[in-house]
Ligand binder design. Structure first.
Ligand code: TRP
Length: 365
């Protein structure tokens, strides 16, 4: 039986090829997109749905949108969020109208965070953090689920289009809060189309695919609404630094948060799982097992922008010229630069919050 991907759980896929097959995803091909970014070039982005629709909109300069949701569940984000923002930024740079919604209703329903608290965290931290990671505040539209009656109304309408059994087949479980959150999320994903029916792309971790399937089923069942089925693009997880493929945020000792005290981050890097050999002599002779190395993975996914530089590191490490300790020190240094840069951009973004378009609605709670 196909394993169900649970968007609320921490269990994670080990074999991405199998996932592509089991879930009928489309393999990502960087040749389809102009100027692919680091994540696209390095296979971190690996699959999607209806990617050709978005590639076409980009090539023909037709309207499309890119959208993501923020869960304001605490005052930190993680490297997976950074990947989402980098993908949004890519599409924003290639003509997408960009939307960020604060999933305050979902956060209240599934994490017990009050609407008020969620709002505060989003304004003080999450939205500035997303801007600090590269979004253009002037080109990004933000809304709060709890204030957007269009989204809530869409959710109600969509709730009539699915059965409990279908819901269970997609999610593996069905409790009232999650059902509400899922139909609301379908409302989010289609909301930009109320103004203009157009393709949209949702960059997410693979765990969110059930929501995309649900939304696409709903589109097929509400033909009269003439929604365009949403496209999606999936990135791999940054594995936990101990090598565990489960979502990194579930293991705080081996996951890096943003922001995080740099000395704590360095400690995590120093005890990460590497592909180093058991003795110095072996490491020089055989070279490292780079593909098993979490520090290299961190450099590849997040810290080295230049492909030639990464290739050089790979070659030196693989040949035994570079040792695991040296790789770790390199990662620490790059991480420190990244964190400093992030922190100063975050401060700046906080001061620029008035440039962000936050949709306001009549219906405040
Ligand atoms: N469920 C998402 C999460 O757990 C948040 C979310 C709500 C979302 N609506 C969305 C993500 C629409 C993408 C698109 O993080």
């Amino acid at each position: 039986m196909t394993k169900i991907i649970d968007p609320w759980g921490a269990e994670l896929p080990e074999d991405y090829t199998k996932i592509v097959k089991d879930f009928g995803l489309q393999q990502f091909d960087k040749a389809d997109f102009p100027n692919p970014n680091r994540l696209m070039r390095r296979g971190v982005v690996f699959a999607g749905r209806d990617l050709n629709v978005i590639a076409k909109a980009i090539h023909e300069k037709k309207p499309f949108y890119a959208l993501t949701g923020i869960m304001p569940s605490n005052d930190q984000i993680h490297l997976g969020n950074k990947s989402v923002v980098e993908m949004l930024r890519y599409f924003q740079d290639h003509g997408a109208q960009t939307f960020i919604l604060v999933a305050d209703l979902e956060c209240a329903a599934t994490r017990g965070v009050s609407i008020e608290e969620g709002r505060k965290r989003a304004l003080e931290f999450h939205i500035p953090a997303y801007i600090a990671l590269g979004l253009d505040p002037k080109k990004t539209t933000v809304y709060f689920q709890s204030q957007n009656m269009d989204v809530v109304n869409l959710g109600y309408m969509f709730a009539q289009k699915i059965t409990l059994n279908e819901f269970k087949a997609i999610y593996g479980q069905a409790d009232p809060g999650r059902i509400m959150a899922a139909v609301t999320q379908a409302g989010d994903i289609l909301f930009p189309q109320l103004a203009n029916r157009m393709p949209g792309i949702i960059p997410v971790g693979i765990d969110q695919d059930p929501h995309l399937r649900l939304t696409r089923d709903i589109v097929a069942r509400t033909k009269a609404m003439k929604f365009v089925a949403p496209s999606s693009i999936y990135h791999k997880y940054m594995p936990s630094l101990d090598g565990d493929l489960k979502m990194s945020k579930s293991k705080p000792d081996y996951a890096i948060s943003l922001p995080e005290d740099i000395s704590a981050v360095k400690k995590k890097i120093m005890k990460a799982l590497t592909g180093g050999r058991s003795t110095l002599e072996e490491q020089r002779r055989l070279g490292a097992e780079v593909d098993k190395d979490m520090v290299f993975e961190l450099l590849k996914q997040h810290l080295v922008e230049d492909d030639d530089e990464l290739q050089q590191i790979y070659d030196d490490y693989k040949s035994g010229k570079m040792l695991s300790g040296e790789l770790k020190h390199l990662a620490c240094e790059k991480m420190e630069n990244f964190m400093n840069d992030f922190n100063s951009k975050l401060e700046k973004a906080r001061k620029n919050m008035d440039k962000v378009l936050i949709l306001s609605f009549e219906n405040h709670i």
